[in-house]
Ligand binder design. Sequence first.
Ligand SMILES: Cc1ncc(COP(=O)(O)O)c(C=O)c1O
Length: 413
Amino acid sequence: MSTVLPVHEDTSALDRVRALESEYLLQNYARYPLVLDRGKGCYVYDTSGKRYLDFITGIGVNALGHAHPRLVKLIREQAGRMLHSSNLYYHAYQGPLAERLAKASGLRRTFFCNSGTESMEGALKMARAHGHKIDSEKFEIVALHNSFHGRTLGALSITGQEKYRRDFEPLLPGARFVPPNDEIALEQVVNEHTAGIVIEWIQGEGGIFPMSIEYVRKARELADRYDALLVFDEIQCGVGRVGKHFAYQLSDPVVLPDVMVAAKPLACGIPLGVIVANDRAAQSIGSGMHGSTFGGGPLACRVALEFMDILDELLPHIDRMGCYFRAKLEELQKQFHFIREVRGHGLMVGVELAFPGKQLVLDAIEQGLLINCTHETVLRFLPPYIATEKEIDRAVSILKRLFKLAAKRDDVN
Ligand SMILES: Cc1ncc(COP(=O)(O)O)c(C=O)c1O
């Protein structure tokens, strides 16, 4: 018989959840001490009923916050109709969603899968197959130091952070790493053996580091010169997060990739990943060369279609709120010398501290604010797209309180 955990209980719920998980789960996660139970709008509630302002949104997934009425209605309706159909048959939603993605991205053909890392695997296969058609020695993938592309072996092979890779080596051959925003280094490594160049426009796990537009233009130029595929990883920075459909649309004129991968917010919590490619890249994958059992099911695609409708209206709001939030954080930077930098675009924001941020994240939880820390010293904020000045003011006032406390702690000064 399974052990069902009671909800709406006091802190002992945490102890029980922890005990059970420590006995039966792989011990790979270091979770924060919080058992979440439900959410509404920009807030989530733990099992004791305590409310938290959610400025991390399941690491950028819950773009419309929690229990958005339009999504709740649609999910209920679709659950009573059909959850899964496989890719043996057609259903009504993949085509329209692929059309939407084509219009929003400027690319043409979509493949549906279930997660970020899976979309990156598919993009790597595309680059490999593209190279293979030209020359059997054309299989190298150029990626950036400090990048993060996922946990499966292919995505891991091109993730530019040793700590994620080292336990699993040897990984895919042919990964070549270069420092971000260094055009000369890129020029030195890209050559006729390069099948693909993979770039996050804004490195997320790497500490919210944006690429310069000149750098990405150089990558485009080199990919064209050597007939390689330029792949943008928009898993964290894409699908509205920066106030554009995709982060590469921050450039003007737009630097288009050959392949773009996205996931996290696309179906607002129902797993869905995509590879969107131009015809040149898409033709490298022929019949039977790739597939997925779950990918692009009717529920996920329908939710994503509804989300894309809502997103069109939200984009200017995301941009405005992002400016407002960063301006408020820059005011805090003037008051606290240990804030080194405020970075980001739209509602993808990082605050680099002069010390490790883990304790501040725990203190924030205590104060009713969910954020996280990446790259050791960077507080990361991925608020829901529906956040307004009211929620931002609340988050900033909690942060101010925490920074005041941190300033008094010895280790900071
Ligand atoms: C830029 C980027 N790429 C890939 C991934 C992997 O996505 P997933 O965890 O859905 O496999 C992530 C996840 O954080 C990411 O931020």
